[in-house]
Design a binder for this molecule. Structure first.
Ligand SMILES: NC(=O)c1ccc[n+]([C@@H]2O[C@H](COP(=O)([O-])OP(=O)(O)OC[C@H]3O[C@@H](n4cnc5c(N)ncnc54)[C@H](OP(=O)(O)O)[C@@H]3O)[C@@H](O)[C@H]2O)c1
Length: 293
């Protein structure tokens, strides 16, 4: 496994990390703690040291699985989680971005992750108005001073949200997370150059285009009702599957398409780590192979 500097944080992170939206049981599979423990044990053996999660991946469910799996090896991992959504609350969505609510989310994330600090705490794909809230960033800075958070990040909702990326340094943010893959490389236009100018770390998410760059889906693919891909417009899935199959024609013989797709992201010098979401040990290993190329 190769390692890269996570921008100005100075952290050395594995070129391939783990995305864990899947552990929120929203991708057509229910996980057990035993499976998750096996995934993290294997990931450790492969040299992976970065995991991305969020408070809303099954309302702290993904975080709880991770907390239990890493409770004896916490210090070896860089844990990135996010704030801004609280699906189990009766409050209107806008309230979840207010400082007092984010502080409650942070405390709940710390409990679920069985830790007293979060390495990277990310603004979870909010709007420009939600970002431009001085009170929020003042509260977050206090959490950094108190040692509950080491570094702040912004996970932009769309890869053209340059405004949010350009604001990063002024807000005390040192890492950006963005969609970046072989069929959606829009981040390379302006977002990644801005990250390079500001020396921000970059996490490349959705590197497999929601699994379609694994090459296993054909047009007409159906997804179970408890899989987030079933909620998307069928024509959008269809178009991405077709585009993916076209692009995958350039994969060298003998290389798994998923390995190629993760490695494709790493060829951009702004990318610190790629965070494919995984559902099995086999997927973990195939993706991790890109970190050795
Ligand atoms: N707004 C945000 O901040 C945001 C949004 C989205 C994602 N994320 C983060 O980014 C991570 C990655 O994005 P993503 O999970 O949406 O998309 P992704 O990584 O492009 O695709 C993940 C899916 O690809 C399939 N897959 C993974 N490895 C494979 C392999 N080696 N061979 C074949 N299939 C494989 C799996 O599903 P199947 O086997 O069922 O096909 C898996 O669920 C998430 O887990 C999450 O941590 C953040």
């Amino acid at each position: 496994m190769k390692y890269r500097r996570l921008g100005k944080t100075g952290l050395e992170v594995s070129a391939i990390g783990i995305g864990t939206w899947q552990l929120g049981n929203q991708w057509g599979k229910q996980f057990t703690q035993g499976e998750v423990n096996d995934i993290f044990a294997r990931a450790t053996a492969l040299g992976i040291n970065l995991v991305d999660t969020a408070e809303c991946y099954g309302h702290h469910v993904s975080e709880s699985f991770i907390g239990e799996a890493l409770k004896n090896s916490r210090s070896q991992w860089v844990i990135a989680t996010k704030f801004g959504h609280h699906r189990a609350s009766d409050l209107p969505p806008e309230a979840h971005w207010q400082p007092e609510q984010v502080l409650l989310q942070l405390e709940a994330s710390l409990r679920a992750l069985q830790t007293d600090y979060i390495d990277l705490y990310q603004f979870h794909s909010g709007t420009r108005e939600q970002l431009d809230n001085d009170a929020l960033w003042t509260m977050l800075d206090k959490q950094v001073q108190a040692g509950k958070v080491r570094f702040l990040g912004i996970s932009i909702g769309q890869p053209n949200q340059l405004y949010q990326v350009d604001r990063a340094t002024a807000l005390g943010v040192s890492v950006i997370q963005t969609i970046f893959n072989a069929i959606n490389s829009k981040a390379a236009d302006a977002v990644l150059p801005s990250c390079q100018r500001q020396d921000l770390g970059v996490l490349a998410r959705v590197p497999l285009a929601s699994g379609f760059l694994s090459g296993k889906y054909q047009p007409g693919a159906q997804f179970p009702a408890d899989d987030v891909r079933a909620e998307r417009k069928p024509e959008v899935n269809e178009q991405q599957i077709t585009q993916a199959l076209d692009i995958l024609q350039q994969v060298p013989a003998g290389m798994a398409p998923a390995t190629w797709a993760c490695h494709w992201c790493l060829q951009h010098p702004a990318i610190s780590s790629v965070i494919p979401g995984i559902k099995s040990l086999e997927q973990l290993e195939t993706n991790a192979a890109a970190g050795d190329l």
